[in-house]
Design a protein around this ligand. Structure first.
Ligand code: AMP
Length: 289
């Protein structure tokens, strides 16, 4: 089983010792409830670095809805078993009081990337990305990794982390890992477990919508038609309510209405099923018009 560390001082000491021994460290920040998506990040870190580390912290700063935070259940023993199996050496599991002594009051320092955080998930979940950016910065500073592993599943979050690492000149690489999906295409997420079996079947409309839009854009280069296709596929499932479907530039997340052939774009989609908010995205290169 991995070594479990619960204090910032202990984590700093362990990671400094490993670096002192010449080890290159990979870290994967998570909220726990580890599934195959997380496992792919952990295993990649273990295969690319001398030592793979994980953090498991249900960060209250990034939960805009108290009921979401209350619904977040993690079983540390299960998570440690997944981490061990993926080759993780040590896991940082701090308490809220260790990370945020002022909680439930606000933190005095906030890291924010407003140009990337204001749209999409940020617009619909006020404060969410400030919470993410602040905790990721603190975890990276406390760990001192050579590389940090993030999933493309949370594409807007990935862009924000890349930007803050560049702007704050943090010395680690950011490694983007592809989205792991269930056999019917639904992206693995701890939220999927909150769906009924009917809701779980209906949720497969998200990847169906995304991949239909992907194929349309890749062949016709028509952004408007591709997004209409995505909306139509979601509309066919009455229990799935669309939050947004957008085509954006892959780095700036600027929405685009039309593109030239060969331009890379990202298709973003969010929808609510049985009160559970689900997000997904896919990369696409626009075809000729
Ligand atoms: P979370 O615990 O939800 O904060 O996720 C921790 C990391 O795992 C983030 O970088 C996520 O993007 C990544 N992740 C979550 N689900 C998946 C998935 N289905 N495929 C790949 N990465 C994922």
């Amino acid at each position: 089983m991995p070594t479990v560390v619960t204090t910032l001082a202990g984590w700093r000491e362990l990671t400094a010792q490993l670096r002192g021994e010449g080890a290159s460290l990979g870290v994967t920040p998570t909220l726990g409830a580890l599934h195959q998506g997380h496992r792919s990040l952990l295993a990649r870190s273990a295969s690319e670095r001398d030592v793979a580390l994980a953090t498991i912290f249900v960060n209250p700063l990034q939960f805009d809805r108290p009921e979401d935070l209350a619904a977040y259940r993690i079983d540390l023993d299960d998570d440690l078993a997944v981490a061990a199996d993926a080759g993780v050496t040590a896991v940082f599991c701090p308490s809220v009081a260790e990370m945020w002594p002022s909680w439930p009051g606000p933190t005095k320092t906030v890291v924010a990337v407003p140009s990337l955080a204001s749209r999409f998930e940020g617009e619909q979940r006020p404060g969410h990305f400030d919470g993410v950016a602040t905790v990721v910065t603190k975890l990276l500073c406390a760990t001192g990794p050579a590389a940090a592993y993030f999933g493309e599943k949370d594409y807007q979050q990935l862009c924000i982390v890349r930007q803050l690492v560049a702007d704050l000149a943090l010395p680690n690489e950011v490694v983007a890992c592809p989205t792991v999906r269930e056999p019917d295409g639904l992206a693995c997420s701890s939220r999927n477990a909150r769906l009924s079996s009917a809701g779980r079947v209906a949720a497969a409309a998200l990847p169906r919508a995304l991949f239909s839009a992907h194929d349309e854009l890749a062949t016709s280069g028509d952004v408007t038609a591709a997004l209409r296709t995505a909306r139509d596929v979601v509309a066919d499932e009455p229990s799935v309510s669309l939050a947004y479907a957008a085509a954006v530039r892959p780095d700036s997340l600027e929405p685009v209405a039309s593109v030239s052939a060969g331009e890379p774009l990202r298709l973003l989609l969010a929808a609510v099923v049985e009160g559970v908010r689900l997000i997904d995205n896919v990369g696409v290169v626009a075809g000729p018009r």
